[in-house]
Design a protein around this ligand. Structure first.
Ligand code: FE2
Ligand code: FE2
Length: 290
């Protein structure tokens, strides 16, 4: 931890920033509600998103980006839901909504945010690929992919509310070969996983998402829920998007490999699938922030 007086000031600012946390846009919260129902209604989702013009146009731009690789132009939200499915549209809507909530607070660190989204979309793609390799049932796979997009929301919170401090801690981590999480604790008194879970909770995201966010950086020991293990492996595979120096990333925890019964070959195959998605993912940030 930093020295006491400084730690206290940071703590106060952290609490204040959490108090001032912008809400998720109403339409995004409604989409989340609808998609959480046992039988979500496609038409209702179309209606909610289409009723918010700014949201609808961003969703369509992203749906039509190279990341999704659709063979024809999608021109309506209804079509997007039909072609990509409710879950993908929910993921895109949540991404747009969360970035909208943070960018409403003023200019953000564009380079940091680009890396953030590249990492987040790559992690979500890795979650989906791992779920498919491990034959995880569809509903869980969809849930894990959503957490994959949002798992580092606490980092976005730090980027937006503690930009100079975060830049300092990134520099320190790169020089000292430590992890960002280690320096977050030192500079800010909490990690992005802890803060992210608070943000997700304030946004009233489902409990599984809140828990996934809270647990995704470990420590990994004992019995680990499969969803968390998949998320953690997917996250680990894509950490290099944040780091200039790969050494602090460290090896994948054995318990994660054992929980999922992973082989080196599976990891390599998933890595290949994700690599093909990453360039496309880097364009998405511009579309969401525009
Ligand atoms: Fe993380
Ligand atoms: Fe991450």
């Amino acid at each position: 931890m930093v020295i006491d007086a400084e730690a206290l000031v940071i703590r106060k600012r952290l609490e204040q920033s959490l108090k001032e946390l912008p809400p998720l846009p109403t339409a995004v919260a409604k989409v989340l509600d609808e998609t959480n129902r046992m039988e979500p209604d496609m038409h209702r989702i179309d209606e909610i998103i289409s009723g918010d013009q700014a949201l609808a146009s961003k969703v369509l731009r992203i749906v039509n980006s190279a990341y999704y690789g659709l063979s024809r132009q999608v021109t309506s939200v209804g079509q997007a839901v039909l072609i990509l499915g409710i879950q993908q549209v929910r993921t895109i809507t949540l991404s747009v909504g969360s970035i909208g909530a943070f960018s409403s607070k003023g200019p953000v660190d564009a380079d940091g945010m680009r890396r953030f989204w590249q990492h987040s979309f790559a992690t979500a793609a890795a979650c989906t690929a791992l779920c498919s390799k491990l034959s995880v049932e569809r509903k869980t796979a969809d849930e894990v992919a959503t957490i994959g997009i949002l798992h580092d929301v606490g980092r976005m919170f730090f980027f937006c509310n503690f930009k100079p401090t975060y830049q300092k801690l990134v520099m320190k981590a790169n020089q000292a070969n430590t992890t960002y999480e280690y320096e977050e604790l030192h500079f800010l008194g909490d990690t992005h996983a802890g803060i992210g879970a608070i943000v997700a909770d304030r946004w009233e995201l489902p409990e599984k998402i809140v828990e996934g966010i809270r647990l995704h950086e470990g420590p990994f020991e004992g019995e680990i829920p499969v969803e968390v293990a998949i998320l953690a492996v997917a996250d680990w595979m894509n950490k290099s998007y944040y780091y200039d120096n790969k050494s602090p990333i460290g090896p994948l925890a054995d318990v994660l490999i054992e929980t999922l019964g992973l082989t080196g070959e599976t990891i390599a195959q998933v890595g290949e699938t994700v690599r093909n998605k990453v360039d496309e993912a880097s364009q998405i940030y511009g579309m969401m922030a525009a």
